[in-house]
Design a protein around this ligand. Structure first.
Ligand SMILES: NC(=O)c1ccc[n+]([C@@H]2O[C@H](COP(=O)([O-])OP(=O)(O)OC[C@H]3O[C@@H](n4cnc5c(N)ncnc54)[C@H](OP(=O)(O)O)[C@@H]3O)[C@@H](O)[C@H]2O)c1
Length: 306
């Protein structure tokens, strides 16, 4: 089988690629990236091809001869949008996925697997949800077989969120939390997401399904931070920053060339999007790790010293 993974160099995409390579008879994997030369020293079992979701011709070339497309592209530094560089939800995740779907359809791709997000499909107007809606609608109308995942917050080696807190816990006497710490999230381990995606490629039960996917626990941000500290063996206090104040600061920060925070990003980081993973667990026979076990896989006292 030929599988094309767009975004296969990213946090989730690379985990999916590695999981696919562990199949007893691995598929031929082609990874789409804007900069293939950066990866040419990588695994020889993977082909790298230059694509940009803003360029339909590159997507059409890349999907020729592919049977399955796994699409997990996101703009750099998400959720902080940069309109000057075109790094926005609507341009990359929305319009970019539309082009990817068109190209896949033209190339005769049989199955399209898409990483959407928790909270999509509820008619919300924030750019991240509008983009996911555009993408999902295009996939549903495409006529290809599809599997759409709507995952909650994904953590694991190489993520830019949970690991940022872990890094801060090493050198700060406190851990910062936006808001009062009561926002509820269902963090899901990236290897569980990769397992689900890999199984969905050939699963008959997954055909034309839309799966929500979260970890087995619903935790507050405070509980998540305390779990990180417990796994790291660190004692730190949690410093809450009022959401209103952070949005005000973000109003000014958004004018910086590479803004560290924007008001939209503050909204994104403080919204609750409950998910129900029952259908995914049943169809794909998943065993989802709780946060402590997931973090313990790659983060911990022993690993801190390396
Ligand atoms: N992280 C989470 O917690 C989470 C939760 C729910 C859903 N998701 C969804 O999962 C997907 C992947 O997220 P991620 O966290 O893995 O993102 P990521 O680590 O930022 O990776 C993004 C990928 O997109 C590629 N890319 C960026 N701009 C591109 C462009 N213009 N054309 C083609 N490729 C481009 C990058 O490849 P190159 O730089 O090599 O070109 C990279 O492989 C996204 O759709 C996201 O919404 C993520």
């Amino acid at each position: 089988m030929n599988i094309f993974v767009s975004g296969g160099t990213g946090f989730i995409g690379s985990e999916i690629v590695h999981r696919l390579l562990r199949e007893p008879n691995p598929a031929r994997i082609t990874v789409g990236t804007r900069v293939p030369e950066r990866h040419k020293e990588g695994d020889s079992r993977i082909s790298w091809t230059r694509v940009d979701v803003r360029d339909s011709a590159s997507l059409e070339r890349a999907t020729q001869g592919q049977e399955v497309v796994i699409h997990c592209v996101q703009f750099p530094n998400a959720p902080v949008e940069n309109t000057r560089r075109g790094w926005t939800y609507v341009q990359v995740d929305g319009e970019g996925t539309l082009r990817m779907v068109e190209a896949a359809k033209k190339s005769g791709v049989r199955r399209f697997v898409y990483l959407s997000g928790a909270g999509a499909g509820r008619g919300r107007s924030e750019p991240c949800f509008r983009a996911k809606q555009m993408a999902e609608d295009a996939i549903l109308k495409s006529g290809m077989e599809y599997v759409i995942f709507r995952p909650s917050w994904i953590y694991g080696p190489g993520d830019r969120s949970m690991n940022r807190f872990a890094r801060m816990a090493r050198f700060l006497p406190f851990l910062p939390v936006i808001g009062d710490g009561s926002t509820r999230v269902q963090p899901v381990f990236v290897r569980d997401v990769a397992e689900a995606v890999a199984r969905s490629v050939t699963s008959a039960k997954a055909t034309n399904q839309l799966f929500e996917l979260g970890g087995p626990e619903e935790l507050t941000m405070d509980e998540i931070m305390k779990t990180v500290l417990r796994v790291l063996g660190k004692r730190r206090f949690l410093l809450h920053h009022p959401t209103g104040l952070m949005k005000l600061a973000a109003q000014f920060l958004k004018f910086l060339p590479g803004p560290p925070l924007t008001p939209g990003a503050v909204d994104f980081l403080t919204m609750e999007n409950p998910v129900d993973s029952t259908a995914a667990v049943e169809a794909l026979d998943l065993k989802l790790s709780n946060l402590e076990a997931g973090l313990g896989n790659y983060m911990g006292r022993a690993k801190l010293t390396t």
